[in-house]
Design a protein around this ligand. Structure first.
Ligand SMILES: [Zn+2]
Length: 413
């Protein structure tokens, strides 16, 4: 079998394409394959399918193909251009690559799977492509996936901000589908406008289908929901309980810092030394190494221990099945917190009270933000691994590539 015939079979080129020349470079570990077609054929206009004669040929282009026996393999061809009476001079569709692709479809399909399965660094090494090429592949895959994405109704939306780089300006808003656990969109900024632009991108039917939005107590996002749903926006806001607990944790930490400073100054030593992280745990998650300290301090008259107990008791609020059960519990808790003489705790309790409507809505929808349950840490990993794409546009592509639940693969013929 001649090498041109061999490659004809290996590439699976459809009619009328044939392999005209194969060059093997053993030292450079690469194979170059030239693909050609007979003259005098008519080709379809890529816009309307009208068969036209060849107008001319574009200059030679190269596509990376799957390796042959570990030799990097490149396809070369001069794509014919037709002159359609309606659409003018157009390059015809090639069966092995998408327009503007640098890789053949088979290579892209394989590369996407490798990129999905491993880190960017490892994928580049395995595929022998540059960061820039990997980026190019991911961007094309996401564009393809988004174009194919069916209009789906999302009942529960999760919204959160995420730092994308240093500085106040470098924030993005991440929108999730809570039930599917997918990231729907990554939008620049963390303003009302950021979230409004997401709602505006939906169809009227999709907007109507949204029953609740889980979020932190963030004014910008609250206002975006109220503006989008002027009738019943307030009923759709569910403050994520993990975020609410985070605010309480910060209050406990503020009490600890203040008390620790005071004890060090007045008594020259503090039992709170080295306990910062202890107080961030919930009761059943306290690591064994803290147990001794925990039991000693819990029963002490330290303000920190009191603040922690108040925080821990708030957590029980979400264990109630109904709002009717939760309401009296909240009232007792609120009284306790606001009479604790612990300023940060009082302040946190008052913030919660001002947002009570969104705490109560939990008992209707019982959702927590998908972001707080796994997606968040996955995004952090992607961010940490992606030194090469640390800007907001690239970050969006990478997050949607891995977490968008999109159908990314090119259609191979
Ligand atoms: Zn045409």
């Amino acid at each position: 079998m001649r090498d041109t015939t061999l490659y004809q079979h290996l590439l699976g080129l459809p009619e009328p394409w044939t392999v005209s020349r194969v060059e093997l470079n053993v030292e450079g570990q690469r194979v170059d394959v030239w693909v050609d077609h007979p003259r005098g054929l008519r080709w379809a206009c890529p816009e309307c399918g009208t068969e036209c004669t060849v107008y001319d040929h574009a200059r030679e282009r190269t596509w990376r193909h799957l390796d042959s026996c570990q030799f990097q393999t490149f396809l070369h061809a001069r794509p014919p251009r037709v002159k359609c009476p309606e659409h003018g001079v157009r390059q015809i569709e090639l069966p092995w690559a998408e327009p503007r692709g640098r890789f053949t479809l088979l290579f892209e399909a394989f590369a996407i799977r490798v990129l999905q399965e491993t880190t960017l660094q490892a994928a580049c090494r395995i595929l022998r492509i540059s960061w820039d090429e990997a980026w190019h592949l991911m961007r094309r895959a996401v564009v393809r996936g988004l174009a194919r994405k069916p209009v789906r109704l999302i009942t529960y939306v999760g919204v959160d901000e995420k730092a994308a780089g240093r500085g106040q300006r470098n924030y993005v808003t991440i929108v999730c589908d809570i039930l599917q656990g997918t990231v729907e969109e990554v939008i620049e900024g963390r303003t009302k406008r950021s979230l409004l632009s997401y709602f505006a991108s939906l169809t009227a039917e999709q907007r109507q289908a949204i029953e609740a939005v889980a979020m932190d107590m963030c004014d910008a996002y609250i206002r975006a929901v109220l503006e989008t749903f002027p009738e019943d926006g307030e009923r759709k806001i569910v403050f994520d309980r993990f975020h609410l607990m985070k605010h309480m944790n910060e209050a406990v930490d503020a009490v600890r810092r203040e008390e620790h400073r005071r004890l060090l100054a007045q008594e020259g030593g503090s039992p709170l030394t080295g306990t910062r992280y202890l107080w961030l745990y919930s009761r059943e998650r306290i690591p064994r190494r803290y147990w001794g300290t925990y039991y000693a301090l819990r029963d002490s008259d330290l303000k920190t221990a009191r603040a922690w107990a108040i925080k821990e008791n708030l957590r029980r609020l979400w264990e109630y099945r109904t709002l009717r059960g939760a309401e009296p519990y909240w009232k007792r808790w609120y009284f306790w917190a606001t009479h604790s003489r612990l300023e940060p705790v009082k302040k946190a309790a008052k913030t919660l009270k001002a947002h009570l409507y969104g705490i109560w809505n939990y008992f209707t929808h019982r959702i927590t933000n998908a972001m707080t349950e796994g997606i968040n840490s996955r995004i952090d990993e992607l961010w940490a691994a992606g030194r090469g794409y640390r800007n907001k546009q690239r970050f969006r592509i990478v997050v949607l590539f891995h977490l968008g639940g999109l159908d990314l693969a090119p259609v191979t013929h």
